[in-house]
Design a protein around this ligand. Structure first.
Ligand SMILES: CC(=O)N[C@H]1[C@@H](OP(=O)(O)OP(=O)(O)OC[C@H]2O[C@@H](n3ccc(=O)[nH]c3=O)[C@H](O)[C@@H]2O)O[C@H](CO)[C@@H](O)[C@@H]1O[C@H](C)C(=O)N[C@@H](C)C(=O)N[C@H](CCC(=O)O)C(=O)O
Ligand SMILES: Nc1ncnc2c1ncn2[C@@H]1O[C@H](COP(=O)(O)OP(=O)(O)OP(=O)(O)O)[C@@H](O)[C@H]1O
Ligand SMILES: N[C@H](CCC[C@H](N)C(=O)O)C(=O)O
Ligand SMILES: [Mg+2]
Length: 471
C-alpha cells in the first residue's frame, strides 16, 4: 500500500507496517506518537524517523521532521483508522463486550455458541486470542491497536468469519480497537474497578458508553443485561442513535429470565422469548454465569442466530477457564473452586454462587492486585467477611507495591481474617482445614499462570497448586 493511499496525498513510499513503540519501527513504518500514562510517545519521534518511519501520526502541536506529519487532535483514533485500512480485510462478523465483569466469560460463550452453529469463530480477551484449537496470550485483555488489528486480520486469513472481543474500559479509552467494524456490542454490568485509571465511576462508565455511542455500527445491535442499574444509561446511548437493542435478564424484553433453579452441576432456566417459553439446563453454576449466558445468546441472535437453536445450545456450554472452575476435591471431600473474582461485585457473585452448595463452611482465599484500584481492597475484605465462613487474605499480583501493605488494606475490611502472605501456603492451609461439608474458593487469579512480583512473573497456577495441596 502506498502512503498516499492513506493520507490522500501523493506520497509514493510503500507502507510496510504500523507501530506505536519506536523500538518496533522499521523502514516504511507509520509511527503513532501518543501521550501515555508513563511517558509521552512524541519524545520518540526523532528516533522513530531515524529507524525508518515514513509518517508519524501525532497531535498538530508535535514536531515532526524527516517524515510526513499526519496531524490529528485525536492521534490514537486517527492511527487506528489508518491501520485498519492497512490490515483489512477482517472477519465478516465482529462483536464486542464491555462491563466490569463477565467479558471473558461472555466472549468465550459466544465463541462456543457460534462454533456449535457451524461458524469458524474466535475470541480475543483476557484469555488471549482463542480459536477452536489454539490460544495465544497477548498480555492484555484488549491488546494494543497494532497487535489487535494484525491478529484480527490474521484470523480472517485463517478463514475465521466470526470474532468476539473484550472491550475493556482502558482499551476503549485508548482507541485500541477503533477501525474494526462492530456488528453488535454487549453491556454486562458496571461496578467498582479501575478507578486508579479513570478516577471516577462516571468517567469509568463514560469510557464504556463509548462502545455504544461511537464504536457500534449505525446499523448494529446492542445487547444489554437489563438487571444492572447502569443498563438504562446504555439503553439511552443506544436510543439516542436509533440503534436496535436486545435486552436480557429478569427485566429483559427479548430474552426474559423467568426462573433459575440450581441443580447439582448447573441450573435449570425458564426463559421467555418471542412469546414462547424455553426450559434450558445450563451446565454452569452461579447466577453470574446465567447473566453471561443470556448476554452471549443475545449476541449470537443479534448476529443472525435462530432464537430456539441458540437457547438450546446453551445446554452444551463448556466451563470457562478460571471462572468457578472446580480444581480438585480434597481428601476430606471438600470441592475446591478457582475463580477470577478480583472486584467487590465479582467476589460477592462468586461467593453467592457457591454458598448454596456448601452444607458446612465456605472458606475463601483471596488478595488484591498491586498497581490497581486501591479503594476496592477493603470493600473486597468486607464482602468476604460478611459472606464467607472463613477468610484467608493472601497475595495476588503485588506488582510494584509492597505485598504486606496490600494485604493490610484488604484486612481493613476483614479484621478477623487469617493473613498468610504466601499464596501457596494460604491455599494449603485452606485445603487442610476444609471438612467434608465445606467448600474452598480460591479467588482473584483464575486462569493466570504467573504471580507478578515487581518486574518478575513467578510461575503460579491456582489450579495446579490446589491439586498439589489436595494430593
Ligand atoms: C495504563 C495503561 O493502560 N497502559 C497501556 C498503554 O500505555 P500508555 O499509552 O499509557 O503508554 P506509555 O507506557 O505511557 O507510553 C506512551 C507511548 O510511548 C510509546 N513508547 C514508550 C516507551 C518507549 O521507549 N518508546 C515508545 O515509543 C508507547 O508505546 C506508548 O504508545 O498502552 C500500552 C500499549 O497499548 C499498553 O501496553 C499499556 O498497558 C499497561 C502495560 C497495562 O498494564 N494496562 C492494563 C492496566 C490494562 O490495560 N488493563 C486492561 C483492563 C483489563 C480489565 O478489564 O480488567 C486490559 O485491557 O488489559
Ligand atoms: N455477569 C457477572 N456479574 C457479576 N460478576 C461476574 C459476572 N461474570 C463474571 N463475574 C465475576 O467476575 C470474575 C471475572 O469474570 P470474567 O473474567 O468473565 O470478567 P471480565 O470482565 O473479563 O474481567 P476482566 O475485566 O478482569 O477481564 C468471575 O470470576 C466472577 O467472579
Ligand atoms: N489477578 C489480577 C486480576 C486483574 C487483571 C486485569 N483485569 C487487570 O486489571 O489488568 C490482578 O488483580 O492483579
Ligand atoms: Mg476479561
Amino acid at each position: 500500500m502506498k502512503l498516499g493511499a492513506l493520507t490522500g496525498g501523493g506520497e509514493t513510499d510503500t507502507v510496510s507496517g504500523f507501530a506505536i513503540d519506536h523500538r518496533k519501527v522499521a523502514t516504511g513504518t507509520i509511527f503513532g506518537a501518543f501521550e501515555g500514562a508513563k511517558v509521552n510517545g512524541e519524545d520518540f519521534i526523532p528516533a522513530a524517523v531515524a529507524s525508518g518511519a515514513i509518517a508519524v501520526v501525532a497531535r498538530p502541536e508535535a514536531k515532526v521532521t524527516g517524515a510526513v506529519h499526519i496531524a490529528d487532535a485525536n492521534p490514537r483514533r486517527k492511527f487506528a483508522e489508518l491501520a485498519a485500512r492497512f490490515f483489512a480485510p477482517f472477519p465478516e462478523t465482529t462483536v464486542a463486550v464491555t462491563g466490569t465483569n463477565g467479558k471473558t466469560s461472555t466472549v468465550e460463550m459466544v465463541r462456543q455458541l457460534w462454533r456449535m452453529a457451524g461458524h469458524h469463530a474466535a475470541s480475543i480477551g483476557t484469555l488471549g486470542v482463542t480459536t477452536a484449537d489454539d490460544r495465544v496470550s497477548t498480555g492484555l485483555t484488549t491488546p494494543d491497536i497494532v497487535t489487535f488489528l494484525s491478529n484480527v486480520a490474521g484470523l480472517a486469513r485463517e478463514g475465521v468469519s466470526h470474532v468476539a472481543f473484550e472491550a475493556s474500559s482502558h482499551g476503549l479509552s485508548q482507541y485500541r480497537t477503533e477501525g474494526l467494524p462492530v456488528r453488535a456490542a454487549a453491556f454486562t454490568n458496571l461496578s467498582r474497578d479501575h478507578l486508579d485509571y479513570h478516577g471516577t465511576m462516571e468517567a469509568y462508565l463514560d469510557a464504556k458508553l463509548r462502545l455504544f455511542a461511537e464504536v457500534l455500527e449505525a446499523d448494529g445491535v446492542a445487547v444489554i443485561w437489563a438487571d444492572d442499574p447502569s443498563s438504562t444509561r446504555v439503553a439511552d446511548a443506544v436510543k439516542a442513535r436509533g440503534i436496535r437493542a436486545i435486552s436480557v435478564g429478569t427485566q429483559g424484553e427479548t430474552l426474559k429470565l423467568v426462573s433459575r433453579d440450581p441443580t447439582l452441576l448447573g441450573q435449570g432456566l425458564v426463559i421467555e422469548a418471542e412469546g414462547k417459553t424455553h426450559k434450558i439446563n445450563l451446565p454452569l453454576i452461579g447466577a453470574y454465569q446465567v447473566a453471561n449466558a443470556l448476554v452471549s445468546a443475545g449476541l449470537v441472535i443479534a448476529t443472525g442466530g435462530a432464537v430456539t437453536a441458540t437457547l438450546t445450545a446453551l445446554s452444551r456450554l463448556q466451563p470457562v477457564r478460571g471462572r468457578l472452575e472446580r480444581a480438585v476435591i480434597t481428601r476430606s471431600g471438600a470441592p475446591v473452586y478457582v475463580d477470577y473474582a478480583h472486584t467487590p461485585d465479582a467476589l460477592e457473585a462468586a461467593i453467592a454462587a457457591l454458598k448454596p452448595h456448601a452444607a458446612g463452611r465456605l472458606i475463601v482465599v483471596f488478595g488484591a492486585g498491586g498497581d490497581r484500584d486501591q479503594g476496592k481492597r477493603s470493600a473486597m475484605g468486607a464482602i468476604a467477611a460478611a459472606m464467607a465462613d472463613k477468610v484467608i487474605v493472601t497475595d495476588d499480583n503485588p506488582r510494584s507495591e509492597d505485598a504486606a501493605t496490600i494485604r493490610a488494606m484488604v484486612m481493613q475490611g476483614a479484621p478477623a481474617a487469617t493473613e498468610i502472605g504466601s499464596r501457596r501456603d494460604a491455599i494449603g492451609v485452606a485445603i487442610a482445614d476444609a471438612g467434608p461439608q465445606d467448600i474452598v474458593l480460591i479467588a482473584g487469579k483464575g486462569h493466570e499462570q504467573g504471580q507478578i512480583v515487581g518486574d518478575m512473573v513467578l510461575p503460579f497456577d491456582d489450579v495446579s497448586v490446589a491439586r498439589e495441596m489436595a494430593a
